[in-house]
Write a protein that binds this ligand. Structure first.
Ligand code: SF4
Ligand code: SF4
Length: 94
């Protein structure tokens, strides 16, 4: 799944630098997550880093971007390739 930021966001700025995919940026009034860049941290970390660090727990799953693990791994590989970065050999989890 991609994640999304709700209007409970207090613009504390801590999640943006933690995202390994550069998926988080400031929107018109609060921070936003670009779904095409969010892998739920698959390929980088065991847990979504933004969710771990957000002080107000305002980052749920985006209901319009429900993806299985294989899709998230494919997205991770695409993003790494686009950035010219190495791809982890770890296999997708079942
Ligand atoms: Fe970025 Fe990971 Fe949060 Fe998605 S779950 S926005 S990839 S930090
Ligand atoms: Fe908003 Fe949470 Fe990110 Fe802070 S960590 S900017 S409250 S989404």
């Amino acid at each position: 799944m991609a994640l999304t930021i709700t209007d409970e966001c207090i613009n504390c700025d801590v999640c943006e630098p933690e995202c390994p995919n550069d998926a988080i940026s400031m929107g018109e009034s609060i921070y936003e997550i670009e779904p095409s860049r969010c892998t739920e941290c698959v390929g980088h970390f065991d847990e979504p880093q933004c969710v771990q660090i957000c002080p107000v727990a305002c980052i749920p799953i985006h209901p319009d971007f429900v993806e299985d693990n294989a899709s998230l791994w494919a997205k991770y590989r695409r993003l790494q390739a686009e950035a010219g970065k190495p791809v982890s050999d770890a296999a997708p989890q079942a």
